[in-house]
Ligand binder design. Structure first.
Ligand code: PGA
Length: 252
């Protein structure tokens, strides 16, 4: 079964609206000859409608970095899945380690967010990953097992058609340290078998599992060459269109 790789850029809290539009348009131009790889960028909420308009007729997809699970209401400062969808996004990143670390997001909150994303017709990118301490204590698989099980438990298979999983070891995010290919391979194989155990073989085979954490043009080919790696979630190196395109074109 072939899984089309997804290379996603998480722009975090970088770029004003005009800056985001400029990079998005530059990237879309560079991507005009990209085939067989899906490209997505996730700017801040404020830039979503602007970037949506600027990439409208291109193959570059749009994602948000977060959402709030309620449909609407007195939740000052929050943004709902429907609002994100109406702004032109197709994807939404959920449970990023920075959200878990700085904003106290728990697996049960992540579950609610995934549910509201699915209900709004957004494709959720569920981020999971162990911290450096958890890795040193050899708890990687236990942590991942809990994040995946608690984040997804209760969903029917028909609801998870568009789910993307992103394995991002926290110690590799923004640090320049990347997990070596052997480690990545082992974890991705584990995640694939976990999806099989929790859902079904067919589901585990068709669900894309991205790798994230200091992915750069220099290491993209090796990482993307791993059988169970179906793309990348890229932070720092996605901010510059010329750098990001070299990750997107890892096979060239
Ligand atoms: P990084 O971030 O590529 O800058 O390490 C990845 C991420 O946080 O998704």
């Amino acid at each position: 079964m072939s899984r089309i790789p997804l290379i996603a850029g998480n722009w975090k809290m970088y770029k004003t609206g005009p800056e985001a539009v400029e990079t998005a348009m530059e990237l879309a131009g560079l991507c005009s000859d990209v085939r067989d790889v899906e490209v997505m960028i996730a700017p801040t909420y404020l830039s979503l409608p602007l970037v949506a308009a600027s990439i409208k007729d291109t193959d570059v997809k749009l994602g948000a970095q977060n959402l709030y699970f309620e449909k609407q209401g007195a939740f000052t400062g929050e943004v709902s899945a429907d609002m994100i969808k109406a702004a032109g996004a197709e994807y939404v990143i959920i449970g990023h380690s920075e959200r878990r670390q700085y904003f106290g997001e728990t697996d049960s909150l992540v579950f609610k967010k995934i549910k509201s994303a699915i209900e709004a017709g957004l494709k959720p990118v569920l981020c999971i990953g162990e911290t450096g301490k958890q890795k040193d204590e050899e708890k990687t698989f236990t942590v991942l097992d809990k994040q995946v099980s608690d984040g997804l438990k209760g969903f029917g298979l028909d609801e998870l058609d568009d789910l993307v999983l992103a394995y991002e070891p926290v110690w590799a995010i923004g640090t320049g340290k990347t997990a070596d290919t052997g480690q990545v391979n082992e974890v991705h194989q584990y995640l694939r078998s976990l999806l099989e155990k929790l859902f079904s073989k067919d589901f585990s085979h068709r669900t894309r599992i991205l790798y994230g954490g200091s992915v750069k043009p220099e290491n993209a080919k090796d990482l993307m060459g791993i059988e169970d790696v179906d793309g990348a979630l890229v932070g720092g190196a996605s901010l510059d269109a010329n750098k990001f395109i070299n990750i997107i074109k890892y096979n060239k």
